[in-house]
Write a protein that binds this ligand. Structure first.
Ligand code: HEC
Ligand code: HEC
Length: 425
């Protein structure tokens, strides 16, 4: 326990250092005041592995979520009418079969607009110490309304969204049942956040292994884990989320002015053409603080489900996990990894994936194809296309469909955690 607290303390000190001169950031105070009070970060502190660098993801059943709010959030998360033109829901970009991402290098919102950053997973985001690549949202509640109003994501207006939900009898009664003040923007955010927390996946071989050592990983994955530890990857990627608990410079070399392309000239690049300049302009935490030492500083991403969330890094510049690992070895561990090390580490990282989603039937599809399918399947998007005007959807039908899907996932999740995993994928 004490060792873990030391890790937390060290992280706290690092965060403090990163923020020390940061008096202008209004989030900073809230962050300071709330630190130590975040139940998500401390969940599982009594676990026998609490002293270890890795901690199992606590079971969903131990989370204090309100079912009425969570189910409402589930419907909202999957509802494209929350976007200005009725074509984009949260799940358009955060698709389960793609590890709750979109398979694109940079996110694509309404009207095909391309965003600045790669879509991170929502799975297990409840355990991130802050949200977004630059940590600008303190928690999931604060995060949830951002995409709705972001011009290149869902491009909508919160007042209009609230009016629209109030006019929908199904939503209006659901909100009234869950919140005393009914439909408000804050309640929309809160409900969505409850669903995002519910998108915690515990059904990975590594999690099963942490919970019960008799669930052994494959030999190759064990070698990979040993290398991951020995190379110091664990110094940044640790804790419940194997990341998600500190800000770090993406690379001392990149910080010194050397571009990614120069570091790895043979790298395959997945990102579309004009975004090179945009990516270069994205300096992470620096965008918020304006301080030189925060250039190229990003929140360390979680590595759960990483084998499903290609392409990689904040700019989606790297197409394969092998290359992402090799590049991390070069920029963060300061060495060129052997092919064997890369493959072993990739095998280990594969054991961090949800078994339900990594075995999905849509697995072979490209991100573009999946997004197309998703947009086609959105009942609201279809209403909109057929009717011209934004219309209410059949709320009850939508809810039943969504709840059925969720039950399937949850059943699978609880069923899987008891199995003996080999970790081979
Ligand atoms: C157009 C694609 C798109 C849509 C639609 C979208 N997101 Fe995202 N999401 C992203 C991108 C890109 C980021 C990273 C943005 C950044 O860091 O600046 C992100 C970040 C997040 C994060 C933070 C994860 C982390 O590790 O920091 C969460 C949680 C999230 N989105 C949930 C949602 C919810 C809830 C909705 C619907 C209200 C939504 N997203 C809609 C693309 C999208
Ligand atoms: C000094 C801290 C640090 C160390 C050490 C470190 N990482 Fe990272 N890692 C990061 C940061 C920060 C990012 C996000 C970089 C970006 O988006 O530009 C990241 C991103 C990643 C990603 C891509 C995640 C995604 O969602 O796109 C992978 C995979 C990864 N690291 C694996 C490793 C491996 C393997 C090692 C050891 C060889 C390692 N990391 C060592 C900080 C670190």
């Amino acid at each position: 326990m004490r060792a873990y607290h030391n890790v937390l303390l060290a992280i706290g000190l690092m965060s403090q250092a990163a923020f020390a001169a940061d008096a202008v950031d209004p989030d900073y105070l809230a962050f300071q005041q709330a630190r130590g009070e975040a139940p998500w970060i401390n969940a599982g502190a009594e676990h026998p592995l609490a002293d270890s660098a890795y901690r199992p993801i606590p079971p969903l059943a131990s989370f204090p979520t309100d079912p009425a709010k969570r189910d409402l959030g589930f419907a909202l998360f999957h509802d494209a009418t929350l976007s200005k033109d009725g074509t984009v829901g949260c799940n358009t970009c955060h698709m389960g079969m793609m590890g709750a991402t979109d398979g694109l290098s940079l996110a694509k919102g309404i009207g095909g607009a391309t965003g600045l950053r790669n879509t991170p997973t929502v799975f297990n985001s409840a355990f991130n110490f802050r949200q977004f690549w630059d940590g600008r949202a303190f928690d999931l509640d604060a995060q949830a309304l951002g995409p709705i109003t972001d011009p290149v994501e869902m491009g909508h207006d919160l007042d209009a969204v609230v009016a629209q939900l109030k006019a929908d009898p199904g939503y209006a009664s659901q909100f009234a049942a869950a919140y005393p003040d009914g439909v408000t923007a804050a309640n929309v955010g809160n409900a969505i956040a409850q669903h995002s927390k519910d998108m915690t996946r515990t059904d990975s071989p590594f999690n099963a292994h942490l919970n019960d050592a008799s669930n052994t990983l494959s030999e190759q994955a064990q070698r990979g884990l040993a290398r991951f530890n020995a190379l110091g990857c664990v110094s940044c990627h640790n804790g419940i989320n194997v990341g998600g608990n500190s800000y770090q410079r993406t690379s001392a070399l990149v910080g010194a002015g050397l571009a990614r392309d120069e570091l790895s000239p043979t790298a395959s690049r997945a990102r579309p053409a004009p975004t090179g300049a945009m990516a270069a302009a994205d300096e992470g935490l620096f965008r918020r603080t304006g301080r030189d030492e925060d250039r190229q500083v990003f929140k360390v991403p979680t590595l759960h489900n990483i084998s499903m969330t290609a392409p990689y890094f904040h700019d989606g510049s790297v197409a394969t996990l092998e290359e992402a690992v090799a590049q991390m070895g070069q920029t963060q561990a300061g060495r060129t990894l052997s092919e064997e090390d890369v493959n072993d580490i990739v095998a280990f990282l594969g054991t961090l994936s949800s078994e339900f989603f990594s075995g999905g039937m849509m697995r072979g599809m490209s991100g573009e194809q999946l997004q197309h399918e998703m947009r086609q399947q959105m009942p609201d998007a279809m209403n909109h296309q057929n009717g011209g005007q934004m219309q209410g959807h059949d709320h009850q039908q939508h809810m039943m469909h969504m709840q059925h899907m969720q039950q399937m996932q949850n059943q699978n999740q609880s069923g899987n955690t008891d199995h003996n995993h080999t970790g081979s994928h």
